[in-house]
Design a protein around this ligand. Structure first.
Ligand code: GN1
Ligand code: MG
Length: 342
């Protein structure tokens, strides 16, 4: 950010004297916290290898923000702020940047500590979809095509297996075999999306706890990280909550014995999410609430293992075999999850 492009971006907002601190969480975008003469902001460089059309994200967020202003003016939606030229997306040298107001007296949480945090986060994601119940979801662009398409993720996994990256294939074989044998989850996913009561809604699609802002009293304030806000099915959001809130350790944990399902957290997700949305959901969506966890945990295990077989081209690796470790972690979680919900 110390280069000419960085200075140009900051200047376009009138933040010439900003001080920047890098925020290191998140695998995809690059994020800084800014302290400027006109307040504190979050600045992000969008990963345009992943999000090929940042302009579509920008349009989505502005559309939702305008709609909420009219229909739910009290709802806190962290839309990108506009620079001096009125732009909320700034494209310089092939990179795309945007900024958000920093919400004072809030913080994020990396790993769910207890049921209360899970409840608060689940409730925030439920409120998000609830506020946008009447918003025409089909007016939103698809910012990441097929993002939660499990059938496609499975096909990509099969392709990666067939392409036979020999050295990695040997290491991945046992995990790949077990995952392959679980492919009935793909059929259940296909039945789900074909069902007439599986409605397309405005979904967040990245419901990890770090995408919720908490206030000093530990209450949820709002959801953030809105790049993947798009039309989707209900399974996406609770699914990724089950995946990321239930175990006391993250997908990075290498000691698989530390992974277990925290029942009180499971109940808190149900209380925070399902109870908040229950009047909006079809009985089909409610009845398949727990299937969403199977879909998302399975999908993430497939994605990590596929990436491992493809030499980490998507997620990268910080140490050898990291994506294999992540895949094993997610597989263990899936097995425990299935035992719990059975
Ligand atoms: C990515 O960038 P981050 O950490 O918010 C990924 C999610 C995965 C997650 C796994 C756009 O999210 O789908 O669940 O990593 N986002 C994208 O850690 O691929
Ligand atoms: Mg994210």
């Amino acid at each position: 950010m110390e280069n000419a492009a960085g200075k140009e971006i900051l200047a376009s907002f009138g933040w010439d004297n900003a001080t920047l601190n890098t925020i290191t969480s998140g695998l995809i975008n690059h994020t800084w916290k800014l302290h400027t003469d006109s307040g504190d902001y979050i600045l992000q460089r969008i990963n345009t290898t992943v999000f090929k059309r940042p302009d579509l994200i920008d349009e989505n967020l502005n559309r939702i923000a305008s709609w909420l202003k009219v229909h739910a003016p009290g709802y806190l939606f962290t839309a990108p702020v506009k620079n001096k030229e009125g732009l909320s997306l700034i494209q310089v040298e092939g990179a795309a940047y945007r900024a958000f107001e920093f919400q004072q007296h809030t913080h994020t949480i990396a790993v769910v500590a207890d049921a209360k945090e899970a409840f608060e986060a689940a409730k925030q994601f439920a409120l998000f979809t609830q506020q946008l119940e009447e918003f025409p979801a089909d007016q939103l662009h698809i910012t990441l095509p097929d993002f939660h398409n499990l059938a496609l993720r499975f096909n990509q996994f099969e392709t990666a297996l067939r392409n036979n990256n020999e050295e990695r294939f040997v290491n991945a074989a046992a995990t790949a075999h077990t995952l392959y044998q679980m492919k009935a989850i793909v059929s259940r996913y296909n039945q789900y999306i074909a069902h007439p009561d599986a409605r397309k809604r405005v979904m967040h699609h990245d419901t990890k706890i770090s995408n919720v802002l908490f206030n000093d009293a530990g209450r949820g304030v709002c959801v953030i990280d809105l790049d993947t806000v798009m039309p989707g099915y209900l399974f996406s959001d609770p699914g990724d909550m089950f995946r990321t809130y239930l175990p006391p350790v993250s997908e990075e944990e290498t000691d698989l014995d530390r992974i277990h399902i925290r029942k009180p957290v499971l109940e808190a997700i149900e209380a925070g999410y399902l109870d908040t949305l229950k009047h909006q959901l079809s009985s089909f969506e409610s009845a398949n609430f727990y299937l969403s966890g199977e879909i998302l945990i399975y999908m993430q295990a497939l994605r990590f293992l596929t990436d491992y077989l493809e030499n980490d081209r998507y997620y990268g690796e910080k140490y050898p075999d990291q994506n294999l470790v992540r895949a094993k972690n997610q597989l263990r979680l899936l097995e425990l999850y299935r035992e719990t919900i059975r």
